[in-house]
Design a protein around this ligand. Structure first.
Ligand SMILES: Nc1nc2c(c(=O)[nH]1)N[C@H]1C(S)=C(S)[C@@H](COP(=O)(O)OP(=O)(O)OC[C@H]3O[C@@H](n4cnc5c(N)ncnc54)[C@H](O)[C@@H]3O)O[C@H]1N2
Ligand code: MOO
Length: 408
């Protein structure tokens, strides 16, 4: 049987690096940045007020006190967006709003709450420190400073930064388009009644959600039965909208294992057994005129889920323009014994209690570890790794637990 690492490397070898695309700013949401972004201007671009109040010479208010206010004539009224206002001389003040440019001469802003608010001749009952309520030009970043590096994911914060430095378009690796197709004659659309021997189709929903959580645009193409011509037609039909095709089912040893049958005949998809549990029967390759990558996952729901996390996530990272790394592992102590078949690396579903002050990380294997027992997938947050040459591990063993990712 092939090792997990070898299989990941083989799949990655048929997946090209993505090409950067210049997109309109909002469209960049969720993509990975392909360029270095520097600010063409300083932020703020000019000295301005952080409060609604009065721009003053601080020295004028040195003697101000509650019983003996200093009164100053208001010589200008400056709103945010006003062009560079006139200078104010000592003994004068200007009414100023938050974000409005500071008039030259002024060296402090007094919030309106500290005054009587008079628009013509304002009374100040306390002194003000020089520089009070002034936001200096360049106080956030200087002109020419790099604000975002390639590889940054464009989330809400990054979007705000890009707009604030004036970008209308940006070069990104767009979110890869993943199309998910399940196969199986027994499958029924959820919401429809079940006949004898039938089950509700769940893999394509699960994998479309997993691909979205991994930063992709995922399309659930649903499912087809076990008719080879139909399967091939369906696959050909969905290629136009796919950067990666994921299928489930029909890859094992059965008489009706249709994915294996039709794609083996293409000569560009390879089927193999990988030394993992679950997820042994696997296939990958390219299909269609554009040589679109395809990964064919086993039909058992838990096998499809684990195969996605272990084998497909690195591929999605590459398609997103990121290094194709695997899930991160933490060392954690088992709270119960576990078993594993010889010669295969098990990925058991578990619940992780992270390390805390004075406490080491612990991981609890869930019950119901068989490949069809998918209800544990709603509670698991980590995959417990049991190496190929180990068949059982007692309670208290420190193991690697792969942390299932949060949505990106
Ligand atoms: N003789 C052997 N039989 C099997 C072997 C083997 O080595 N020799 N391997 C077993 C392993 S391991 C796995 S995993 C499965 C994989 O089989 P397939 O990929 O061919 O999947 P199917 O047979 O189509 O389905 C397996 C199982 O999963 C259910 N299923 C399938 N698709 C869906 C779906 N979209 N939603 C929900 N459930 C689905 C299906 O009804 C079957 O119960 O093969 C073993 N057999
Ligand atoms: O390897 Mo299969 O994927 O056990 O269920």
């Amino acid at each position: 049987m092939k090792s997990v690492e070898q299989h990941i490397a083989d799949i990655l070898a048929v997946v090209d690096d993505p090409r950067p695309v210049e997109v309109d700013l909002l469209q960049a949401h969720g993509s990975v940045l392909a360029e270095t972004v520097a600010s063409p201007v300083s932020l703020p671009g000019f000295d301005n007020s952080s409060m609604d109040g009065y721009a003053v010479h601080a020295a004028d208010l040195a003697q101000a006190g509650p019983g003996h206010p200093v009164r100053l004539p208001v010589v200008a009224d400056i709103a945010a967006g006003d062009p560079s206002p006139v200078a104010i001389r000592p003994g004068m003040c200007a009414r100023i709003m938050t974000g409005a440019p500071l008039p030259s001469g002024a060296d402090a802003v007094v919030p309106v709450e500290w005054t009587d608010g008079d628009p013509a001749r304002a009374a100040f009952s306390r002194p003000v420190r020089e520089g009070n309520a002034i936001r200096r030009a360049g106080g956030d970043i200087g002109a020419g400073t790099v604000v975002l590096e390639p590889g940054a994911r464009v989330g809400a914060g990054e979007m705000g930064v890009l707009a604030a430095v004036g970008r209308r378009t940006v070069s990104v690796f767009p979110r890869p388009r993943v199309v998910v197709l399940s196969t199986g004659e027994e499958l029924v659309e959820p919401g429809r009644p079940l006949g004898p021997g039938q089950i509700w189709e769940s893999n394509s929903f699960m994998l479309a959600a997993a691909a979205r959580d991994a930063g992709c645009e995922a399309h659930r193409h649903g499912f087809v039965g076990d008719d080879p011509a139909r399967v091939l037609d369906t696959l050909e039909g969905l290629l136009l909208r796919a950067d990666l095709v994921l299928t489930t089912g029909g890859v094992s040893m059965g008489a009706y294992d249709v994915v294996k049958e039709v794609l083996s005949a293409q000569g560009t998809v390879e089927f193999t057994q990988v030394a993992m549990q679950p997820g042994k029967p696997q296939g990958f390759g390219v299909i269609g005129p554009d040589r679109t990558p395809i990964v064919t996952l086993p039909g058992n729901p838990v096998s499809a889920f684990v195969s996605f996390q272990v084998l497909v996530l690195p591929v999605l990272r590459r398609l997103r323009g990121l290094p194709p790394t695997s899930l991160e592992g933490v060392r954690a102590r088992l709270t119960a014994p576990v078993a594993s078949p010889p010669g295969r690396r098990s990925y058991l579903r578990g619940v992780l209690a992270p390390a805390g002050p004075g406490r080491e990380a612990a991981v609890t294997p869930l019950t119901r570890q068989e490949s069809h027992q998918l209800t544990a997938l709603s509670t698991t947050d980590a995959l417990i790794v049991v190496p190929e040459d180990v068949e059982e591990l007692p309670l208290g063993t420190v193991v690697d637990a792969l942390v299932l990712p949060d949505p990106v």
